[in-house]
Design a protein around this ligand. Sequence first.
Ligand SMILES: Nc1ncnc2c1ncn2[C@@H]1O[C@H](COP(=O)(O)OP(=O)(O)OP(=O)(O)O)[C@@H](O)[C@H]1O
Ligand SMILES: [Mg+2]
Length: 157
Amino acid sequence: MERALQGNVTCLKQENAQTLSWLGHPETRFTFDHIACEMISQEKLFKVAGLPMVENCMSGYNSCMFAYGQTGSGKTYTMMGNIHEIDGNLNDDCGMTPRIFEYLFTRISMEEECQRDEKLRYSCKCSFLEIYNEQITDLLEPSSTNLQRRYGERCIC
Ligand SMILES: Nc1ncnc2c1ncn2[C@@H]1O[C@H](COP(=O)(O)OP(=O)(O)OP(=O)(O)O)[C@@H](O)[C@H]1O
Ligand SMILES: [Mg+2]
């Protein structure tokens, strides 16, 4: 039926690195800072979106990556991908998270080495939270469910 109604054709067209068109009626254009094409490799996407984020962090700014989309749209693929290492190296198909952490810790080692005389030390903290049905769970301590939100100067939600 989709074929008969010509409903199986692509409904989006990427015009350039900033513009996307919805080919419906009326045709609608959307503009973004950057659009990665659907065939982009995990490595290239990391270079475009992940690496600058780590560099921002190294310069003292906060960074946040937010994956949003309907089910099956590729959030887990983009953020995790294939995380199975090959001979101790990242898999070619691994996603943002392992690439970001590998790059972050390499940069930290480089900076600490370069600024050895100043005894520069970096401190990393990690939290892993799930927000589901308006309930917050600490995934590193799953027994602590229904955590409370507290807003403060440095609270990131
Ligand atoms: N860019 C891509 N290249 C190849 N395969 C992909 C790509 N994006 C997604 N996939 C595949 O499509 C399927 C659905 O993707 P994924 O599981 O990442 O969706 P999701 O957005 O996390 O969905 P959900 O919201 O249900 O968790 C998976 O089999 C994934 O491997
Ligand atoms: Mg998923």
